[in-house]
Design a binder for this molecule. Structure first.
Ligand SMILES: [Zn+2]
Ligand SMILES: [Zn+2]
Ligand SMILES: [Zn+2]
Length: 119
Protein backbone atom coordinates (compact mmCIF):
# COMPACT_ATOMS: atom_id res chain seq x y z
CA UNK A 1 0.00 0.00 0.00
CA UNK A 2 2.90 2.33 0.76
CA UNK A 3 4.18 1.76 -2.77
CA UNK A 4 0.88 2.94 -4.25
CA UNK A 5 1.07 6.13 -2.19
CA UNK A 6 4.63 6.83 -3.33
CA UNK A 7 3.65 6.27 -6.93
CA UNK A 8 0.68 8.61 -6.78
CA UNK A 9 2.69 11.32 -5.04
CA UNK A 10 5.69 11.06 -7.37
CA UNK A 11 3.43 11.47 -10.40
CA UNK A 12 2.12 14.64 -8.81
CA UNK A 13 5.60 15.97 -7.94
CA UNK A 14 6.64 16.22 -11.61
CA UNK A 15 3.69 18.42 -12.47
CA UNK A 16 4.44 21.21 -10.00
CA UNK A 17 8.12 21.85 -9.40
CA UNK A 18 8.20 25.66 -9.41
CA UNK A 19 6.96 28.37 -7.06
CA UNK A 20 7.25 29.07 -3.35
CA UNK A 21 3.60 28.27 -2.77
CA UNK A 22 4.04 24.75 -3.98
CA UNK A 23 0.82 22.83 -3.75
CA UNK A 24 0.64 19.12 -3.51
CA UNK A 25 -2.04 17.78 -5.75
CA UNK A 26 -3.88 14.51 -5.85
CA UNK A 27 -3.29 12.87 -9.24
CA UNK A 28 -6.68 11.18 -9.14
CA UNK A 29 -8.95 14.15 -8.48
CA UNK A 30 -8.73 17.94 -8.19
CA UNK A 31 -7.86 17.95 -4.47
CA UNK A 32 -4.72 19.92 -3.62
CA UNK A 33 -3.10 21.19 -0.45
CA UNK A 34 -0.01 23.07 0.70
CA UNK A 35 0.65 20.28 3.15
CA UNK A 36 1.94 16.99 1.86
CA UNK A 37 0.44 15.19 4.85
CA UNK A 38 -3.02 16.48 3.91
CA UNK A 39 -2.73 15.09 0.40
CA UNK A 40 -1.39 11.77 1.68
CA UNK A 41 -4.37 11.50 3.99
CA UNK A 42 -6.70 12.49 1.16
CA UNK A 43 -5.30 9.85 -1.20
CA UNK A 44 -6.29 7.19 1.32
CA UNK A 45 -9.90 7.88 0.34
CA UNK A 46 -9.05 6.64 -3.17
CA UNK A 47 -7.03 3.60 -2.13
CA UNK A 48 -9.70 2.31 0.22
CA UNK A 49 -7.31 2.28 3.18
CA UNK A 50 -9.09 3.00 6.44
CA UNK A 51 -6.41 3.78 9.00
CA UNK A 52 -8.72 5.12 11.71
CA UNK A 53 -10.19 2.32 13.71
CA UNK A 54 -12.73 2.56 16.48
CA UNK A 55 -11.26 0.95 19.59
CA UNK A 56 -14.67 -0.09 20.83
CA UNK A 57 -16.43 -1.72 17.86
CA UNK A 58 -13.47 -2.03 15.42
CA UNK A 59 -15.24 -0.14 12.66
CA UNK A 60 -12.76 1.49 10.29
CA UNK A 61 -12.76 4.96 8.78
CA UNK A 62 -10.76 6.80 6.12
CA UNK A 63 -10.98 10.16 7.89
CA UNK A 64 -10.30 11.02 11.49
CA UNK A 65 -13.35 13.29 11.51
CA UNK A 66 -15.55 10.33 10.53
CA UNK A 67 -14.16 8.32 13.43
CA UNK A 68 -14.76 11.19 15.86
CA UNK A 69 -18.38 11.57 14.77
CA UNK A 70 -18.76 7.80 15.04
CA UNK A 71 -17.44 7.80 18.63
CA UNK A 72 -20.56 9.69 19.70
CA UNK A 73 -22.35 6.35 19.33
CA UNK A 74 -20.28 4.95 22.19
CA UNK A 75 -20.13 8.05 24.36
CA UNK A 76 -23.86 7.91 25.05
CA UNK A 77 -24.47 11.40 23.69
CA UNK A 78 -27.71 11.69 21.77
CA UNK A 79 -27.71 14.94 19.84
CA UNK A 80 -30.57 14.07 17.46
CA UNK A 81 -33.94 14.64 19.05
CA UNK A 82 -37.32 13.73 17.58
CA UNK A 83 -39.48 16.83 17.23
CA UNK A 84 -42.64 14.77 17.66
CA UNK A 85 -42.02 12.72 20.82
CA UNK A 86 -38.68 14.15 22.14
CA UNK A 87 -36.95 10.79 21.93
CA UNK A 88 -33.15 11.20 21.55
CA UNK A 89 -30.90 9.38 19.10
CA UNK A 90 -27.15 9.03 18.57
CA UNK A 91 -27.32 9.19 14.78
CA UNK A 92 -29.25 11.21 12.26
CA UNK A 93 -30.08 8.11 10.25
CA UNK A 94 -31.67 6.47 13.26
CA UNK A 95 -33.74 9.58 13.92
CA UNK A 96 -34.85 9.66 10.27
CA UNK A 97 -35.96 6.03 10.49
CA UNK A 98 -37.77 6.83 13.71
CA UNK A 99 -39.54 9.77 12.06
CA UNK A 100 -40.83 7.38 9.39
CA UNK A 101 -42.51 5.43 12.16
CA UNK A 102 -44.42 8.57 13.07
CA UNK A 103 -45.48 8.99 9.44
CA UNK A 104 -46.57 5.36 9.35
CA UNK A 105 -48.69 5.83 12.46
CA UNK A 106 -50.33 8.86 10.93
CA UNK A 107 -51.21 6.85 7.82
CA UNK A 108 -52.66 4.06 9.89
CA UNK A 109 -54.87 6.44 11.84
CA UNK A 110 -56.00 8.05 8.58
CA UNK A 111 -56.91 4.64 7.16
CA UNK A 112 -58.82 3.87 10.33
CA UNK A 113 -60.92 7.01 10.04
CA UNK A 114 -61.56 6.22 6.36
CA UNK A 115 -62.75 2.75 7.29
CA UNK A 116 -65.00 4.17 9.97
CA UNK A 117 -66.55 6.37 7.35
CA UNK A 118 -67.14 3.43 5.03
CA UNK A 119 -68.84 1.30 7.64
ZN1 LIG B 1 -8.13 12.75 -4.81
ZN1 LIG C 1 -17.30 2.14 17.32
ZN1 LIG D 1 -40.62 10.41 17.83
Amino acid sequence: MKKILEHILSVRDDSCESGVNKRYQCSICVFSSLKLSNVKRHILTHTGVQPFRCLICERRFTQKTSLISHMVVHSGERPFICSVCDKAFTQKGTLNRHMLAHCGNLEISKKKTKREHIY
